[in-house]
Design a protein around this ligand. Structure first.
Ligand SMILES: [Zn+2]
Length: 470
């Protein structure tokens, strides 16, 4: 009896000591990741080039190709084990000449409205389109109004993002159906065009673009769709209350071309123990065209590149193969994400962990995960290691659009979660520019990502451990 108690105590003490030793080892390594990122980081310089030397990188554009070349060349410089381009066909849509719109309250009485075409929209007729408006706050409202009230009019979707939601992505999710499906739905009732309130919590003059769909609407029944700035939407709504018969005019010149060839950019450090098991970090290389895509998603691109650079810099040799993937075409097609997952499956490449940064380059708060309970418990056990860096948010929830297609049983998917309060001031608008990036915040994000990848590499995923045992 006594002997058993002694043995149990010894085992307990030994495991406690071991836990202390690994905590110390992990803390030290994470500290060196942070030190290197903050004292000798590269992500800000990379983003400077991507934003200021290249600029907006809409899929299929000249700039998108430049971004592929640039990031490939930069990854080549890092001394990774492999760097390559993965071909993928992407949609090509161009905005054309700057859009123009006004509100007409009487003969000769007009005020300019700030608009932009939604991504994928058809153009207006050459001379523009002018009609009366019908304001709605939801897609459902169209059905109650019916064809009688909608036919021949421009539908004005004006449901604002909900300001009392602390997670602004939730507020975005609660509104974005107006932008994505608004034109398709309004066309069913004979509308001639749609104007959509910008997905922005701030009142300002910048229209925010973004993807939309016509679903299976026949080509000749597709109606043009534009976004109006939040200030513009507020003005228009108040003017309609006074004068419901006012007219709205707009003109846009966008065009859809045939798909063109583009690329995902991929770099890899091959694992020392499990070279056939992959962990992925990534962001998307394409961006909308109004700004230079610094937050969405230049930040995620350079932070992901930085993860591999930091490992090289501190001399960390991962056990698993770690890949950085810069996905093409997240914004208007997700072709890069789909292509990557498709090829991984074809080649039977076992992915056990993927982390995406696509929520802006603001101060990192933590991560959201798509995983099972056993893996989540392990993640939670790492919380104390992140405490010194004020990383505290570990929640189940979404990960990232580009890594979504990799989802299968056992894989752990994660997304970096920066502070989201200012993200939608910039998202898809002309305000998404390099001056809105804070160097330190950007670097903290890359360091947090590298730390999480390090921990998954060191301890594996729970699913992986079970499959090794079996
Ligand atoms: Zn994005």
């Amino acid at each position: 009896m006594k002997r058993t108690i002694i043995t149990i105590t010894l085992v307990f003490v030994a495991s406690l000591l071991q836990a202390q030793t690994s905590f110390k080892k992990d803390s030290t390594l994470i500290k060196s990741i942070y030190n290197t990122a903050l004292l000798n980081g590269k992500s800000y310089d990379w983003l400077d080039h991507l934003s200021n030397e290249i600029g907006g990188r809409l899929s299929g554009s000249f700039n998108a190709n430049k971004a592929v070349k640039y990031t490939k060349a930069e990854l080549d410089e890092l001394g990774l084990d492999k760097v390559w381009l993965q071909p993928v066909m992407v949609p090509k849509w161009t905005r054309g000449q700057k859009e123009y719109a006004y509100i007409e309250t009487g003969p000769g009485q007009t005020s300019i409205a700030d608009i932009c075409a939604l991504g994928g929209s058809v153009p207006t007729p050459k001379l523009g389109i002018k009609a009366q408006l019908i304001e709605v706050t939801s897609l459902d409202e169209l059905a109650t109004l019916g064809r009688e009230k909608i036919e021949g009019k421009i539908v004005f979707y004006n449901r604002p993002m909900q300001a009392d939601l602390i997670n602004t992505f939730e507020a975005y999710g609660g509104c974005v159906d107006q932008r994505y499906s608004g034109a398709m739905e309004a066309a069913k009732y004979g509308a001639v065009a749609v104007v959509v309130r910008s997905m922005n919590l701030r009142a300002d003059d910048f229209p925010h673009t973004g993807s939309m769909t016509y679903g299976d609407t026949p080509v000749d029944q597709r109606i043009p769709a534009c976004a109006i700035s939040t200030n513009g939407a507020n003005y228009l709504s108040s003017a309609l209350k006074i004068l419901p018969s006012l007219y709205f005019y707009f003109k846009q010149n966008c065009k859809t071309y045939d798909d063109v060839l583009s690329h995902n950019v991929i770099g890899e450090i091959t694992g020392t123990e499990f070279p056939d098991k992959y962990m992925l970090v990534g962001g998307h290389l394409d961006s909308w065209d109004l700004g230079d895509g610094s937050h969405d998603d230049g930040a995620g691109v350079v932070q992901s590149m930085e993860v591999l650079r930091l490992f090289k810099e501190i001399g960390y040799k991962p056990k698993h193969s770690i890949r950085v993937v810069l996905f093409m075409n997240e914004e208007n097609g997700l072709r890069g994400g789909k292509k990557y997952a498709e090829e991984a499956k074809l080649k039977n490449e076992k992915h056990i962990f993927a982390l995406e940064s696509d929520a802006g380059g603001f101060t990192p708060r933590g991560f959201s995960f798509d995983l099972d309970e056993a893996n989540f418990k392990q993640v939670e056990s790492w919380k104390p290691l992140f405490e010194p860096y004020l990383i505290h948010y570990f929640a189940k929830g979404g990960s990232g659009a580009d890594i979504g297609p990799l989802k299968e049983e056992g894989i752990v998917l994660a997304g970096l979660r920066p502070d989201s309060q200012r993200y939608f001031d910039h998202h898809h608008a002309a305000t998404d520019t390099f001056d809105a990036i804070n160097k330190r915040e950007l670097e903290l994000g890359g360091a947090a990502m590298a730390s999480l990848v390090y921990l998954f590499d060191t301890y594996g995923t729970k699913t992986e451990l079970t499959s090794i045992k079996n």
